[in-house]
Structure formats: structure tokens, C-alpha cells
Design a protein around this ligand. Structure first.
Ligand code: BG6
Ligand code: MG
Length: 221
């Protein structure tokens, strides 16, 4: 019967959906911005959601008016930020996975839905291991297997390919406006939470992650 269902898989963004590492991104980029003497705040941090590390650096450097930075120096700054970020990720543990997220994921799996990750992060697998979901998902598409980050649909199309499921049968859950745009560009249904929900984008909106169960029931899953 599954083959006749409109939706057969859910692809989850990671940061800001399954767990909350945005504060660590904020601290990492803020430390770089402070050292360069440029402003950085939550508004800028929100623009980094779903965007690759190097593109994020480009956004962080927009107010920079010092000596031009070479490509090598930019790579070095991104690497320093990532080292600091990884140290903070080391503090994550299964306690950082909200029990209602786990319960909701288990519920969706019990309905026969395939579950995947679609994240721009090159640290996605490490984060999943830290929070105890290292082996949980049926497929992981992340920053290590894409050449274009959200709003390009590549990360979600790869997730559908790894699952062996038609993109049109996938639902995406995202906290980034760029991620909802990527879902739509992939021909997928986009469920917004967090910042994306606040910005009014998406085909449905979640107040909490657990609301996803009802959204999917309404979609016939
Ligand atoms: C996304 C975050 O998940 O990953 C972005 O929303 C981040 O803010 C991007 O820039 C890349 O992350 P990483 O871990 O590869 O530096
Ligand atoms: Mg996100």
C-alpha cells in the first residue's frame, strides 16, 4: 500500500530542527568577528542558517573593511571557527536530544515512513553521534556530499536518491528560509519551524517538533 501513498519519507534538517547547535555557531563566528573588529549579532547569525561554512564566512565578513583577505586566510578563518565549534559540539550528549523529538521520530518510523537527514553541515554525522542518533536514520545527506548549499535543492535530492524515493514523495522539515526554498526547488513539501516559521514560509508550520505527527496525519501518512 505504501507505493500509493502521497508521501513516503521525511527529510530533516539537523541544526535547529533535530538539535540546537546554532548557539555554538553563533559563539564560533562571534569570536572570529570580534578578532577582526567587525559587528556580528543574532540577525547575521540567522542569515547563516542552512548556508555552507565558506558562504557563512562571506556573510560574516560583509562589514569587514580592513586589508583584503587572501583565499588562504579565509580558509584559515573558517578552519579556526570550525575547530572552536567542534570543541563546543564535544559537549553535546544524548541529553541534548529532546525526548519528544525521539518519540516523534519513532512514531513516524512506525508508520512506515523512511527518515533521512538533509543538512548543509560537514559536522552532521559527528553531531548525530554525539546526541545518540548515529545509526538512526535511513540516509544522511550532508555537507560532505554536496557542492551547492541551500537554497539549491542538491542536499535534499541526494537524500531522496539515497533513500531510493521519488523527491515528490518527500516531506522536508526545516528551520531555515533557504531550506524551505531548497525543499520547494526539489519538488518536496516544506514544513517550517523556528526562524522559517517566524518568517511565514513553508507549506505547514510547527509550533513544536511534536506537532509534526499531526501535520503528517493530515497529509495522509
Ligand atoms: C548548517 C547550518 O546546518 O550547516 C549553517 O545551519 C552552517 O549555519 C552549515 O553554516 C555548515 O556547517 P559546518 O558544520 O559544515 O560548518
Ligand atoms: Mg537548520
Amino acid at each position: 500500500m505504501n507505493g500509493t501513498k502521497q508521501y513516503e519519507a521525511v527529510v530533516f534538517d539537523l541544526d535547529g530542527v533535530i538539535c540546537f547547535t546554532d548557539v555554538y555557531h553563533y559563539r564560533g563566528w562571534k569570536s572570529i568577528a570580534d578578532e577582526l573588529g567587525i559587528p556580528f549579532d543574532e540577525t547575521v547569525n540567522n542569515r547563516l542558517r542552512g548556508v555552507s561554512r565558506m558562504e557563512s564566512l562571506g556573510i560574516v565578513l560583509e562589514p569587514y573593511e580592513g586589508e583584503p583577505l587572501s583565499d588562504d586566510r579565509k580558509m584559515e578563518l573558517a578552519a579556526i571557527k570550525n575547530e572552536r565549534y567542534r570543541v563546543m559540539l564535544g559537549e553535546l550528549s544524548p541529553k541534548d536530544l529532546d525526548p519528544s523529538v525521539r518519540t516523534t521520530l519513532d512514531d513516524l518510523r512506525a508508520r512506515g515512513l523512511k527518515l533521512a537527514i538533509g543538512s548543509s553541515s560537514k559536522n552532521a554525522k559527528y553531531i548525530l553521534e554525539r546526541i545518540g542518533l548515529g545509526d538512526y536514520f535511513d540516509a544522511i545527506s550532508d555537507g560532505t556530499n554536496i557542492s551547492r548549499s541551500k537554497p539549491d535543492p542538491e542536499v535534499f535530492l541526494k537524500a531522496a536518491e539515497y533513500l531510493g524515493i521519488d523527491p515528490a514523495k518527500c516531506v522536508v522539515v526545516e528551520d531555515a528560509v533557504a531550506g524551505i526554498d531548497a525543499a520547494h526547488a526539489a519538488g518536496m513539501y516544506g514544513v517550517a519551524m523556528g526562524d522559517a516559521a517566524d518568517q511565514g514560509v513553508g507549506d505547514a508550520k510547527l509550533g513544536t517538533f511534536a506537532d509534526l505527527a499531526n501535520v503528517l496525519t493530515d497529509l495522509g501518512c
